[in-house]
Design a protein around this ligand. Structure first.
Ligand code: DAK
Length: 295
């Protein structure tokens, strides 16, 4: 089991420990490449390598692995406390993330590249498996691995100057962090193929029209406020139900309609075993605001 900066356990983290944001009983370490901030019940993770446009070095990946595992552990073990109701991922400076770290990739062997790709796949799956929504707040360039990181999130919000693309073929590479799988799901096969074959970038408006971006904002401040407001809205709903909805959406991707409906029926069954369902339906009939136990 991972251990974090919890008062009564040994701290282990990829970075030297000094106090970071506090989540339930857990305190994040200060990461070399990430900033963490918790306001209300919203955790914001900022990729913080602005000099390299937040490129996904192995260190960034290691820090993301640790941070997401920490959040998952707290949410799984806090017995309905839900200290976080949503996560925002953004970037420091003018980029969200300008891709995998090209400098680091120049020295990689094919086997090392495979391991690098698998680790980042793990990060994208960890985002999908978190029981709370994750919003990519795209504040600038989201290219290659950056676009792939955004697509692993539940929602993509963007500032109007953001741009998106998968330029791997211009480097003699192919997408390695999920772009070949997730981009067609967002924008359809035709546009995905065009973007992946040409490396052409989409500006924020085009990305919104294509279905990649859900909401556009004029400034980065408005972008972060908009993402924050969405998490606050989520926070008024049943945490158990939101987690089940997210789980169902992830599990049914790519299934046939019949198989997907079978998963949905199981999820519906699971909702009926929660205290949140008892409270939500009771409160509706009593014309009260629900006070969800979160279980
Ligand atoms: N990696 C490393 N450094 C980067 C970087 C990146 N992806 N992007 C930018 N930088 C660095 C620049 O080298 C520069 O560093 P210095 O020269 O100052 O030391 C600094 O960030 C500022 O960048 P620029 O000077 O270029 O800034 P501009 O505003 O002029 O241009 C730009 C911004 C985003 C248009 C430009 O930086 C750019 O084109 N960047 C590269 C974008 C890109 O091609 N991204 C895709 C990377 S490839 C795989 C696993 C993973 C992947 C593929 C396969 N397998 C295991 C199979 C993933 C691939 C990718 O993501």
């Amino acid at each position: 089991m991972l251990s974090f900066g919890v008062t009564d356990s040994k701290v282990s983290s990829p970075s030297d420990i000094s106090p970071g944001a506090t989540l339930g009983r857990m305190q994040f370490p200060v990461y070399a490449t990430l900033l963490t901030d918790i306001r209300d019940t919203v955790l914001t993770i900022t990729v913080n390598r602005p000099d390299a446009l937040n490129a996904l070095s192995s260190r960034v990946i290691e820090d993301l692995e640790h941070c997401l595992a920490a959040v998952s552990e707290v949410l799984t073990n806090d017995d309905g406390a839900w200290p976080v109701r949503g996560v925002i991922i953004t970037g420091a400076g003018k980029a969200f993330v300008a891709g995998a770290d090209i400098r680091e990739m120049t020295a990689m062997s094919p086997d090392e590249a495979h391991a690098y790709s698998s680790r980042m796949h793990g990060v994208t799956l960890a985002i999908e498996q978190l029981p709370v929504p994750v919003i990519a707040a795209v504040n600038g360039f989201a290219l290659g691995g950056g676009c792939e990181l955004a697509m692993a999130c539940d929602l993509i919000y963007a500032v109007s100057t953001a741009s998106f693309g998968q330029p791997e073929v211009s480097l003699g590479l192919v997408p390695g962090f999920g772009g070949s799988v997730r981009l067609p799901r967002y924008v359809g096969q035709g546009l995905a193929r065009e973007l992946l074959f040409t490396g052409r970038r989409l500006n924020a408006e085009e990305a919104q029209r294509a279905g990649l971006v859900t909401a556009l904002f004029d400034t980065v401040e408005e972008l972060l406020d908009g993402a924050h407001s969405t998490v606050v809205l989520v926070g008024r709903q049943s945490p158990a139900a939101v987690a089940l909805v997210k789980q169902t959406l992830s599990a049914t991707q790519g299934m046939t309609t019949a198989d997907g409906l079978a998963v949905e029926a199981e999820s519906f069954r699971a909702a009926f075993a929660t205290e949140d369902k008892v409270e939500g339906t009771r409160a509706f009939l009593a014309k009260e605001r629900p006070n969800f136990p979160g279980r």
